[in-house]
Design a protein. Structure first.
Length: 411
């Protein structure tokens, strides 16, 4: 390993050191189902009813008694049953009930024969296939039994979970309060997005990006703006952020040569767990504890800030909200279609585009320039190529690991 990487902590060790210290929040509130999208369940949810709540037909066809189902026997149709309009009349022996999908099963019915397995005859129908008891009948509670747990605590409620709760008639759900995350940027050269740039200024892309991702993750964002390169101003920002938030995220001020104020603030107001990572981009990432909150210091370069947020802050926030399904990346094997430059020493996250080749295998190509200031690489990409710490250049045709972007970086 190259000398300049000595003392750097691996991504896996950094994640472990972070996550093992965290205790999930427990404060909860009740919200309507219409307000619950993206929220995290505070406790398990049990079904208040059976699903289905009554025996019903799984097919359009005929309700029959097995005793009446002899081959070639013409069975008259004694009535009809529809979803929402059950058959409630007298059901004579030796006859069938026309029944539609979802309709309640008439009393005495042994099976439902699908209409494709019948023939129309004068005076009724003839069944053309053998029948079994219970055939094409959805039994009460077959899907979900009353009292059964349908969702655990720590589940993010989305398009799969909320319709399930709606189908159970659940109108209100207990969810965790939103995580409060305070963000600020440091640097006299930074200007807010939308304002004119003075000589030597650049736009504060990082704080804008972090706010977008926090909103997407359902956090309450406390935006403290841009903090001047001044120790007193930085102390005030840290103190105010720590007073209001569960997590404090700064961007900039953690690289070699610019970290003095931030390091001093952490040592004065809290404790530092680690400072530098063996990853690229994103080596200067700080994590520590303040009096009332956790602190994450993101690098100043836009790509580095986004990568470290994705790989470290995202699972931190998920853990603090007690999510039972961790946001861990799924890595897959893909074949490189071009040369990828890589120096041994740090785990490298290169922005890339994967697709399926003519042979059915995944293949991946770079988005181009991989500098930590080139944010356009994210806009073009749909995955990271994850190149091992000790690996060198990748030649065309070699196999690599990729991480497809999750919803945080997707459109």
């Amino acid at each position: 390993m190259e000398p300049f990487t000595a003392g750097l902590i691996s991504l896996e060790d950094a994640q472990q050191k972070m996550l093992q210290q965290l205790t999930p929040i427990s404060d909860s509130l009740n919200v309507s189902l219409f307000e619950a999208a993206g929220r995290i369940t505070a406790k398990p949810i049990n079904s208040p009813l059976d699903v289905p709540s009554f025996d019903n037909s799984a097919m359009d066809g005929y309700a029959v008694r097995l005793a009446d189902s002899a081959a070639d026997r013409v069975l008259p149709v004694a009535g009809k049953a529809f979803a929402g309009a059950p058959f409630n009349g007298e059901w004579p022996a030796g006859s069938v009930i026309r029944i539609m999908t979802g309709a309640p099963i008439p009393a005495g019915c042994d099976a439902v024969v699908m209409q494709e397995q019948t023939l129309q005859r004068d005076g009724g129908i003839v069944i053309t296939a053998p029948l079994q008891e219970g055939q094409n009948i959805r039994r009460i509670g077959e899907d979900i039994q009353a009292g059964k747990q349908v969702l655990d605590a720590g589940v993010r409620l989305g398009a799969a979970e909320l319709p399930l709760l709606a189908s159970l008639g659940i109108a209100e759900v207990s969810v965790l309060r939103k995580l409060r995350v305070a963000i600020f940027s440091t640097g006299d050269e930074l200007q807010a997005v939308g304002q004119p740039l003075a000589a030597g200024q650049i736009y504060d892309t990082n704080r804008f990006t972090v706010a977008l991702m926090l909103n997407k993750l359902g956090c309450e964002v406390i935006d403290l703006g841009v903090i001047a390169d001044d120790q007193a101003a930085l102390r005030t920002a840290f103190t105010e952020a720590d007073r209001q938030a569960d997590v404090v995220i700064s961007t900039g001020g953690v690289s070699v040569g610019e970290a003095d104020f931030t390091r001093a603030m952490l040592e004065e107001l809290g404790a530092i767990t680690f400072w530098k990572l063996a990853i690229k981009p994103g080596k200067p990432f700080a994590f520590g504890r303040l009096a009332n909150s956790w602190f994450c210091g993101l690098p100043g370069n836009p790509v580095s800030a986004a990568v470290t947020f994705y790989q470290l802050v995202q699972p931190l926030l998920a853990t603090l909200t007690g999510q039972t399904t961790r946001i861990m990346p799924l890595r897959q094997r893909a074949r490189a279609t071009q040369r990828l430059k890589k120096s041994p020493g740090r785990l490298d996250f290169q922005r890339a585009i994967f697709s399926r080749g003519d042979d059915g295998e995944l293949e991946v190509r770079s988005t181009g320039a991989q500098g930590s200031h080139v944010f356009s690489s994210f806009a073009l990409a749909n995955c990271f190529v994850v190149l091992e710490r000790d690996r060198g250049d990748v030649e065309p045709g070699e196999w690599v690991e990729i991480e497809a972007f999750n919803s945080l970086l997707e459109g």
